[in-house]
Design a protein around this ligand. Structure first.
Ligand SMILES: Cc1cc2nc3c(=O)[nH]c(=O)nc-3n(C[C@H](O)[C@H](O)[C@H](O)COP(=O)(O)OP(=O)(O)OC[C@H]3O[C@@H](n4cnc5c(N)ncnc54)[C@H](O)[C@@H]3O)c2cc1C
Length: 362
C-alpha cells in the first residue's frame, strides 16, 4: 500500500481526517494547504445537535468507537433559544456539543491535526488539474465547489454570505441563541455561541445577497436585536451549499464540504467532514464503493434539503408559527426528549409536501 501516491488538497476537518485514516494503514499522503497554517482564518464556534446527527449514538462516542478519534468539545450544548420576528421558544435539556474552530489551541481542526504525523505543505494553493496525473488518487478537501462545478457535478442548494464576529459581553456557555427574520437573514438565520462566559461568536447568514449587501443586513440585525455586546472583530465568508454527485470522478474523490456533505437546512457539516474523509481513505485502501459508503450521509442531506425548500417559501409570519409550534410543550416532549427523533425523518414528510406543492424537483 505504501506505493500509493495520494494527494489531499486542503487541511481542514475533512482533509485531516482522511490523512489520519491513511496513516493508520501505513500510507503517508501528501497534504497541501493554501493557508499559512491549519484552521480557518476565522475565529468561530460551531455546534452539533442530537436532532441533526446522522447516528443515534452520541457523536463523540461514535467517532471514538468507530474511528478511534477522541475529540473534546469546548462545552456541552444544553439549551436552545429560538427568536422569531415576534415569537420565542426555549428548549432546555437538549443535547449537543460546542466546538471551537479555527486557528485556536484545541479547535476541532487542531485536535485532528494532533493525530497525524504527515507534514503539511503550507502556502500551497493547488489547482487539481495541475497535479491530477502525478498522483494515483486526489482527495478534494478544499471546502469549495470549484472542481465539482468544473466537472458539472454540482446541484446548487443555497448561496449565502455570512458575517462572523467575535463579541464581548456576558454569555451562557451552554446555550445557542438563534434568530430568524426575513428582514435581515432572509431565509437563513443568525446565531450566537459562547467561546467563554465573556466572549462569543455572533454570526449572520443571509441567502441570495451580494457581499456588499451584507453590511446592510448586518446593520439591520444588530439594530433590531440589540445584542448588548461589543464587536471585537468580524470576517465575511461566502457560504455555498449544494449536492455533488457522483462523489468520485476519475481519480478525484470529493470529501467534506467540497463533496456537498453539509446540510442545506442549518449548514451542519463538521461530523460529515470527519466521516467522509475517513470513508474515502477506506475506499482506496479496501476498494469498497465510495458511493455506497457515503450514501446514507448523502440521502440524509437530500432529506434535509426538502425541509430547506419549504423554508425558502417562508415569510415572517410562517417563521413565527414554526417557532410557536416547536416551542409548544407536547412537541418539545415529542421531538427533543425522544432519542429516535431526527430532522432527516421529517424530510420524508417534507418531500411529500413538496411534491404536492410542485416544489420537488430531482
Ligand atoms: C459560519 C459557519 C458556521 C458553521 N456552523 C456549523 C455548525 O454549527 N455545525 C456544523 O456541523 N458545521 C458548521 N459549519 C460547517 C462546517 O464548518 C464545515 O462543514 C466544515 O468546516 C467542512 O470541513 P472541510 O474540511 O470540508 O472544509 P474546510 O473547513 O473549508 O477546509 C478546507 C481547507 O482547504 C483549504 N483549501 C481550499 N482550497 C485549497 C486549494 N486550492 N489548495 C490548497 N488548500 C486549499 C482551505 O484553506 C481549508 O483549510 C459552519 C460553517 C460556517 C461557514
Amino acid at each position: 500500500m505504501n506505493y500509493l501516491k495520494i494527494a489531499i488538497v486542503g487541511a481542514g476537518i475533512a482533509g485531516l481526517s482522511c490523512a489520519y485514516e491513511f496513516e493508520k494503514h501505513g500510507i503517508m499522503p501528501t497534504i497541501f494547504e493554501k493557508r499559512r497554517r491549519i484552521g480557518e482564518d476565522i475565529d468561530f464556534t460551531t455546534s452539533t445537535l442530537k436532532l441533526f446527527d446522522r447516528t443515534y449514538e452520541d457523536p463523540l462516542i461514535y467517532t471514538k468507537k468507530e474511528y478511534g478519534l477522541d475529540l473534546e468539545p469546548l462545552n456541552v450544548l444544553s439549551k436552545i433559544i429560538m427568536q422569531g420576528p415576534t415569537k420565542k421558544a426555549i428548549i432546555k435539556n437538549t443535547s449537543g456539543y460546542i466546538f471551537r474552530r479555527g486557528d485556536i489551541k484545541n479547535s476541532l481542526e487542531n485536535q485532528l491535526a494532533s493525530y497525524i504525523k504527515t507534514p503539511i505543505t503550507f502556502y500551497k494553493h493547488i489547482y487539481i488539474d495541475d497535479i491530477k496525473s502525478q498522483y494515483d488518487f486526489i482527495i478534494d478537501a478544499t471546502g469549495l465547489f470549484d472542481e465539482a462545478k468544473k466537472l458539472d457535478l454540482l446541484t446548487p442548494h443555497l448561496e449565502a454570505f455570512a458575517r462572523i464576529s467575535t463579541i464581548s459581553g456576558e454569555f451562557d456557555i451552554n446555550t445557542i441563541k438563534m434568530w430568524v427574520n426575513t428582514e435581515y437573514a432572509k431565509k437563513c438565520f443568525a446565531y450566537r455561541l459562547a467561546h467563554s462566559p465573556n466572549k462569543a461568536c455572533l454570526a449572520l447568514t443571509a441567502n441570495n445577497i451580494s457581499q456588499k449587501e451584507l453590511d446592510c443586513y448586518w446593520e439591520k440585525f444588530i439594530a433590531k436585536e440589540n445584542t448588548q455586546s461589543t464587536i471585537i472583530k468580524t470576517t465575511d465568508v461566502r457560504h455555498e451549499i449544494g449536492a455533488v454527485f457522483p462523489h468520485n470522478f476519475g481519480n478525484i474523490f470529493f470529501i467534506g464540504k467540497a463533496g456537498g456533505f453539509i446540510d442545506s437546512l442549518l449548514g451542519f457539516g463538521m461530523l460529515n467532514a470527519i466521516e467522509t474523509g475517513i470513508l474515502a481513505a477506506l475506499y482506496i485502501i479496501y476498494k469498497k464503493s465510495y458511493e455506497e459508503l457515503v450514501r446514507p450521509i448523502f440521502d440524509q442531506n437530500q432529506s434535509k434539503y426538502e425541509i430547506r425548500k419549504i423554508l425558502n417559501t417562508f415569510e415572517n409570519k410562517d417563521f413565527d408559527n414554526l417557532i410557536k409550534f416547536l416551542g409548544s410543550p407536547g412537541i418539545k416532549q415529542m421531538i427533543y426528549n425522544n432519542p429516535f427523533a431526527k430532522v432527516h425523518q421529517a424530510g420524508k414528510l417534507a418531500k411529500l409536501y413538496n411534491i404536492f406543492k410542485g416544489l420537488h424537483c430531482l
